[in-house]
Design a protein around this ligand. Structure first.
Ligand code: SAH
Ligand code: SF4
Ligand code: F3S
Length: 480
């Protein structure tokens, strides 16, 4: 089949700001229904990052044991839970608006219980419970095991709160109810919390200290997924490269590279992804491990946040630009040019000058990212930056710089897609394409979306696809 290497779409369509699974997305996920005849119905909406989506699966598992099925219909629910995100002000506003909608629904259905979970829980517990009287239940990310007790309290007519953070909770023994899944790809949390204290970031406050989950329980969960027909796992943590676990008797130590290897060895048919990598922690050992196993996907989310060393210092990222560039060169050296790299950038951080912003653009040119998740700075109460630095870049300037970052990033994303045209890619089929019933959609190792006529292939198959064109946000081709 002859097709132009680049279709016109490539020129016309803006590259979609695809919300990657690990990424704080503006969107919300409603957990789908489980119908097992449980007495009560739980409706759960999740905001923010993949950690939250993954936690909602743990919550559903805990509440399933307590007699709750999930429902996709708010109208059918006995219990409504919002799993919330605090990362930027806008994320919190979205949840607040949603809560007031749910509250008017509750006025018509007085028996309905409403709870707030996740990252807003700690910060806003008193506001939710006392001032606004919006919710019955507030539960922080480390207290989900307490949900059955808390719900009993609420059933007894009280309000209930538990926002205690833990130093060791990893929910290692809880098998998540796979709500967010297509039956092919699954997310596996390998650690919780974060100790990094980036000055802009609320996560260390909302999710507490960093702790790594028992390596054996991670490997077992992945094995179970393979036995159920899953073909891809994404190992999740705020900072996966600082994963470290020691057995209780002190005899066994596992770092991230070793964990990655153990998971990769479960089956060559199981793809392994991970997110997020902190540039200060990603080691050559991890890169060599990625190179050694075909089934470890060649894609690294390596958020830079800024291209300027002074700003990085103010952000407390603990690396500077030369360090970051060296890590990118190590990726290119060890894994080659095909390894995809993505970033998060923050525009308009405290005192960022125009020249410093231009350095972010030049870093984007240096790395030629495959994808970028870019934001303008949003001050978060309680963070180091909020306490010590002035949020002094005007909003219009933040937004203009952000647009320049997005535009620059899209140029490179399109070029990275374009260079894949004319090559054969191994694609894991994830399901039907949104465009058409006749097309399937999957991803290549680099995490790029590939769309092709279905032929005889099915969800869960690996197929070789010759890519013949790109839209700039997806690759189009045919099975060979
Ligand atoms: N642990 C990951 C980031 C998790 S938060 C890491 O260290 O890379 C996801 C992204 O949200 C961050 O990478 C950052 O770009 C963005 N972010 C976090 N706090 C923010 C804030 N206050 N304003 C704007 N963006 C923010
Ligand atoms: Fe936030 Fe930094 Fe931790 Fe990422 S590494 S979650 S940006 S504090
Ligand atoms: Fe994730 Fe948002 Fe919390 S990005 S860790 S849900 S603040």
């Amino acid at each position: 089949m002859s097709q132009p290497l680049l279709t016109l779409d490539f020129l016309d369509t803006p590259a979609a700001p695809a919300a990657a699974d690990h990424q704080p997305a503006q969107d919300v996920r409603v957990s789908p229904a489980t119908r097992t005849g449980r007495q009560r119905k739980l409706y759960i909406e999740s905001y923010g990052c993949q950690m939250n989506f993954s936690d909602s699966e743990i919550v559903s598992s805990i509440l399933f044991e307590e007699g709750f099925d999930t429902t996709e219909q708010l109208a059918d629910a006995d219990l409504v839970l919002l799993n919330t995100c605090s990362i930027r002000e806008k994320a919190e506003q979205t949840v607040r608006m949603r809560l007031s909608q749910i509250n008017s629904h509750k006025k018509r259905n007085p028996g309905l219980l409403v709870g707030v979970l996740g990252c807003m829980a700690e910060r806003l517990k008193s506001k939710f419970l006392e001032e606004e009287k919006l919710v019955d239940l507030v539960v922080g990310p480390d207290a989900y095991r307490d949900l059955p007790n808390l719900i009993r309290e609420v059933d007894g007519g009280q309000k209930a709160v538990n926002v205690l953070l833990s130093r060791d909770e990893t929910y290692a023994d809880i098998t998540p109810v796979r709500l967010n899944s297509n039956g092919i790809t699954a997310f596996v949390s390998i650690m919780r919390g974060c100790d990094n204290m980036c000055s802009f970031c609320v996560v260390p406050f909302t999710r507490g200290r960093e702790r790594s989950r028992d390596a054996h329980s991670i490997v077992q969960e992945c094995r179970d997924l393979v036995a159920q027909g899953y073909k891809e796992v994404t190992l999740l943590g705020q900072n996966v490269d600082s994963y470290k676990w020691t057995s209780e008797d002190g005899q066994e130590f596992v770092n991230f590279a070793q964990l990655l290897e153990r998971v990769a060895l479960i089956s060559p048919e199981l793809r392994v992804r991970f997110s997020t990598s902190h540039p200060k922690d990603i080691t050559d050992e991890v890169l060599y491990t990625m190179g050694k196993y075909e089934n470890i996907c060649k894609y690294i989310h390596l958020p830079a946040q800024s291209g300027n060393s002074r700003v990085l210092k103010l952000m407390n990222r603990t690396y500077d630009r030369p360090w970051y560039e060296e890590r990118v060169q190590a990726i290119r050296r060890i894994l080659g040019d095909d390894c995809a790299i993505s970033t998060d950038m923050i525009s308009g951080f405290c005192s960022e000058t125009e020249e410093e912003h231009l350095e972010t653009l030049s870093l984007i040119d240096f790395v030629q990212y495959d994808m970028g998740y870019n934001f303008f700075y949003s001050e978060r109460p309680g963070t180091l930056a909020a306490r010590k630095l002035a949020d002094d870049v005007p909003l219009e300037v933040k937004k203009r710089r952000l647009q320049e970052v997005i535009d620059r990033q899209q140029l490179h994303a399109r070029a990275r897609y374009a260079r894949m045209v004319g090559r054969v890619h191994r694609v894991l089929v994830e399901g039907r394409s949104k465009r058409s019933e006749e097309q399937l959609s999957g991803r290549n190792s680099q995490n790029q979306v590939v769309i092709f006529p279905k032929g005889t292939a099915q969800k869960g198959d690996y197929v070789n696809v010759l890519v013949t064109s790109t839209t700039g946000a997806a690759l189009l081709g045919e099975i060979v």
